[in-house]
Design a protein around this ligand. Structure first.
Ligand SMILES: [Zn+2]
Length: 260
């Protein structure tokens, strides 16, 4: 009986010690990662040079509270024209992306695929890390669902005047070193006629908008300051615009800072 009691105590001690070991061996990460999602919706806006109204607010950019000092700087280049979705929120592995080429404008699969390659190369060429992988045609690619697959498609977004919508999933918060992009889905809204605006002037230029949307896919944020209107990440666009096809000063500084 006494022997059994001693054995029991020893067992308890061992088990107790084991339990303690397990507890202390647990990683002491204070932040629990959880999947988050952000959606960028791009409405069509005029990009006429804003003017100062009587209330001291810049027009015509509705919804934006701009003071007249911003108005006067319209189109001026600054080196601070970049923003991140959140600090350190970026790709840590290179992933391919899947394109559903179905579209109502009669654009060929080869044309669309080539544009997506050009658009992703425009970001990749400024960083040593390959942010975007290969383009793969895939008729099952959709939009809006987290499925660990980066998808590009054309579709009808319910609201009118929307040019494109991009969803991004990943770990946005917590220590910047632990943040990570996990997926992006881009949808070009079929409310507009898509094409090459250098060939047919008043079409919505697919390359122009694609470079901007992939910018979100890389972790870049929209810019709404008039003084940043030359940047690819400037939030407004319209038919015939092609200025976003090439990254501008702020876009380049930003992407190199994020993927340094
Ligand atoms: Zn945007």
């Amino acid at each position: 009986m006494k022997k059994l009691l001693v054995f029991g105590i020893i067992l308890t001690l061992i088990f107790g010690a084991f339990m303690v070991t397990v507890v202390t061996a647990k990683p002491t990460v204070g932040y629990k990662k959880h999947l988050e999602k952000i959606t960028f919706i791009h409405y069509k806006r005029g990009f006429a040079k804003p003017t100062c109204n009587n209330n001291g607010v810049c027009e015509p950019e509705l919804g934006e509270k701009k003071n007249c000092a911003d108005c006067k700087n319209g189109g001026e280049e600054t080196s601070n024209c970049y923003g991140f979705i959140s600090r350190g929120f970026k790709w840590k592995t290179t992933e391919d992306f899947y394109i559903n080429p179905a579209n109502p404008d009669g654009l060929s699969s080869a044309f669309i695929k080539n544009i997506m390659i050009v658009a992703t190369d425009e970001w990749n060429k400024y960083t040593t890390f390959n942010i975007f992988g290969s383009a793969i045609l895939d008729n099952s690619a959709g939009w809006g669902e987290y499925n660990e697959k980066n998808e590009i498609s054309f579709g009808d977004y319910p609201q009118t005047g929307v040019i494109a919508v991009t969803n991004i999933w990943g770990y946005f918060s917590g220590p910047p070193g632990q943040r990570e992009i996990l997926e992006y889905d881009i949808m070009f809204d079929t409310d507009f006629t898509w094409g090459d605006a250098t060939v047919i002037n008043m079409t919505m230029d697919l390359q122009n908008i694609a470079v901007h949307e992939f910018g979100h896919g890389a972790g870049m944020d929209d810019l709404y300051t008039t003084s940043c209107s030359l940047e690819t990440m400037y939030g407004y666009s319209t038919e015939g615009e092609t200025i976003k096809r090439d990254l501008h000063t702020g876009d380049i500084i930003g992407i190199q800072k994020l993927y340094a």
